[in-house]
Design a binder for this molecule. Structure first.
Ligand SMILES: O=C(O)C(=O)C[C@]1(C(=O)O)C=C[C@@H](O)C=C1
Length: 370
């Protein structure tokens, strides 16, 4: 690495040398600006501490990301923009206070990737063996936030998440859509050097055609988890591991190939759960759960106020309850924030049609791409 102030190696064409000098100047400015930004965030952190406010402000974060995404004219890819700024914001949060995030482990799961793409790399991640334990870690204050799968998870057990909201006082603070795609991780990028591929059976099954085509001679080793597969690839030079797209950065490995799955699948939705309610961001979602009596028209009655208030019903899902006298829970997502009057009026009118109703939280609505 060049010493600070050392000009770049100028043994090559003067054009390249010239451009590298400009890149160095820009990098110096970026570094200075990041540190200026961090010092400002530090001051906000002190003010928040004095006033007893929480460090993470998801609403402010989504405002920043939305504003920059709209401002970006390229060639910076919107996903890359998101990652860069999530990491800058994460560094700011880390300066303000240390944060602990529980997620469904082990490492290298899609939940882990969803957690890192939401919180960046400057928090302490605490893997948990079950979704119930994620809820309890956050409830007892051992972790500040939890990240749980809620829809289409490739790692199963998603149904538990919705059931656990019934027992828990935690709320939804944010949502995150994580692409379900696989990368081949290795210590170096050349495919020709790879003799063994370690992977969880699910990952192996989803990448068979690619492996047959590009690594027909490699020996395929099934592992109990992607985390174990990654560990093997970290230890063996001629080995690779299959893990969720973007995992390379977590383990200091290279992505020797990306998007190696045979069929693309819709992104999986994850929720960030915590204790504090989130203020409006201007484009929000509100999630409710309720149980209905077994009488004709109960569901229609509960949904009519939503239509009357011209609220966009984004999703409705039902699950059998374990409560004897109730048959189903309904989970609905509405466009809008609980602080909006139309949402409050609708909830006020839905409640009398239900046996039980709980507001799971309002949080910034995000696109499925980033
Ligand atoms: O604006 C704030 O409240 C900050 O603390 C700064 C900042 C940021 O880096 O932009 C950091 C953490 C919060 O979650 C939101 C934003």
């Amino acid at each position: 690495m060049d010493e600070p102030g050392t000009p770049p190696d100028c043994s090559m064409a003067t054009d390249i040398c010239d451009i590298r000098q400009q890149i160095d100047d820009i990098d110096n400015t970026i570094l200075e600006l990041i540190n200026r930004r961090l010092n400002l965030a530090k001051r906000i952190g002190e003010l928040k501490k004095d006033s007893g406010n929480q460090v993470v402000d998801s609403t402010r974060e989504s405002e920043i990301l939305r504003r920059l995404t709209a401002l970006n004219k390229g060639p910076l890819n919107p996903n890359v923009l998101h990652h860069i700024f999530i990491d800058i914001i994460a560094a700011a949060r880390a300066i303000q206070a240390s944060q602990r995030v529980a997620y469904l482990g082990p490492e290298a799961t899609f939940t882990h990737l969803a957690a890192t793409s939401h919180f960046g790399y400057s928090v302490t991640y605490v893997p948990q063996p079950s979704i119930r334990e994620i809820f309890s870690e956050v409830e007892k204050g051992a972790c500040d936030y939890g990240v749980v799968p809620v829809e289409n998870s490739v790692e199963g057990s998603v149904r538990h998440t919705l059931d656990l909201f019934f027992e828990s006082e935690l709320c939804i603070c944010a949502e995150r859509y994580q692409p379900v795609s696989y990368d081949l991780l290795a210590q170096q990028v050349g495919l020709s050097a790879i003799g063994t591929v370690y992977a969880h059976s699910q990952a192996l099954n989803q990448c068979r055609a690619w492996l047959n085509q590009y690594l027909p001679a490699a020996s395929l080793k099934e592992c109990s988890s992607s985390a174990f597969a990654v560990q093997q690839a970290m230890q063996e030079k001629a080995a690779a591991a299959i893990a969720g797209g973007g995992a390379a950065a977590l383990f200091g490995l290279e992505a020797a190939a990306s998007k190696i799955e045979d069929f693309s699948r819709p992104p999986t939705r994850f929720l960030v759960i915590g204790k504090e309610r989130v203020r409006p961001s201007g484009k929000d979602k509100t999630s409710l759960m309720f149980a209905l009596a077994h009488v004709p028209g109960a569901l229609a009655g509960a949904l009519t106020p939503i239509t009357d208030e011209a609220i966009n019903l984004l999703k409705i899902e039902s699950r059998p309850t374990r409560h004897e006298s109730w048959s189903h829970f309904f989970f609905i997502d509405l466009e809008g924030h609980l602080e909006e009057e139309s949402i409050q009026r609708a909830i006020g009118r839905i409640r009398p049609h239900t046996l039980y109703l709980k507001n799971l939280g309002s949080y910034p609505m995000i696109g499925q791409g980033v």
